[in-house]
Design a protein around this ligand. Structure first.
Ligand code: GSH
Length: 204
């Protein structure tokens, strides 16, 4: 059975877990806790980048990053379910890239604070990353993704946006909510339509 290396707070790992759930694959994947900061954790052998998520297949091959994993899960489920074929695929991949990029910029801010002593932090660098998050949210607020509904499997773009907003809730106290009413409503609909979102909510 494939093993998903992840950790509850990881928004990228959450993407893979929600993708597996909406594709009906959760029972076919084991989730194994990973500590990326522990040099003895086998993640560094499995993924040379030492990042999660990583999906260890039965033959020992390891897939990363999250965009590759969700593509593979879609393939396992028959294809075309969370990643449409044809022209629409590129809208979904673009949306995923935007949400992933916002998560990257948010994560870099968290790491700057977590890994650097206070006197060596770089405020301009933090502001540079914060601007990426702000611009990304502004563009999504102006042109929100399609609303998720219970009768349609969400695509990887929608899943990534939900995980990104969830990460901003977790690590930035949901400050985004004040200025992005469209996205607040969008996430509410996603939560109602996709039970896996609540099931994968990271502990505070
Ligand atoms: N582009 C990667 C990003 C993955 C990522 O940044 N994961 C974080 C946890 S959410 C991580 O493993 N950080 C540890 C590190 O950067 O060493 C993906 O989509 O999987």
């Amino acid at each position: 059975m494939p093993i998903l290396r992840s950790s509850p707070p990881s928004p990228f790992g959450r993407k893979a877990k929600i993708a597996a759930a909406v594709l009906g694959l959760s029972d076919r994947i084991t989730v194994e806790l990973t500590d990326t900061t522990d040099p003895n954790d086998s993640i560094r052998q499995q993924n040379p980048l030492g990042k999660i998520p990583a999906l260890v297949l039965d033959d020992g091959k390891v897939l990363f990053d999250s965009s590759v994993i969700v593509d593979y899960l879609d393939h396992l489920a028959g294809g075309g379910k969370i990643l449409p074929e044809g022209e629409a695929r590129y809208d979904v991949l673009r949306l995923q890239a935007l949400a992933d990029g916002i998560m990257d910029a948010a994560l870099l801010q968290v790491y700057e604070v977590r890994f650097r002593p206070e006197d060596r932090r770089h405020p301009e660098w933090l502001a540079y990353q914060a601007d990426k998050v702000a611009r990304g949210l502004t563009s999504l607020e102006a042109d929100p993704p399609a609303t998720a509904t219970p009768d349609r499997t969400p695509n990887v773009g929608q899943i990534a946006v939900a995980c990104m907003l969830g990460y901003l809730d977790l690590r930035f106290d949901g400050a985004w909510r004040a200025d992005h009413p469209e996205l607040v409503g969008w996430l509410k609909a996603f939560e109602a339509a996709v039970p896996a979102y609540e099931a994968t909510r990271p502990p505070i």
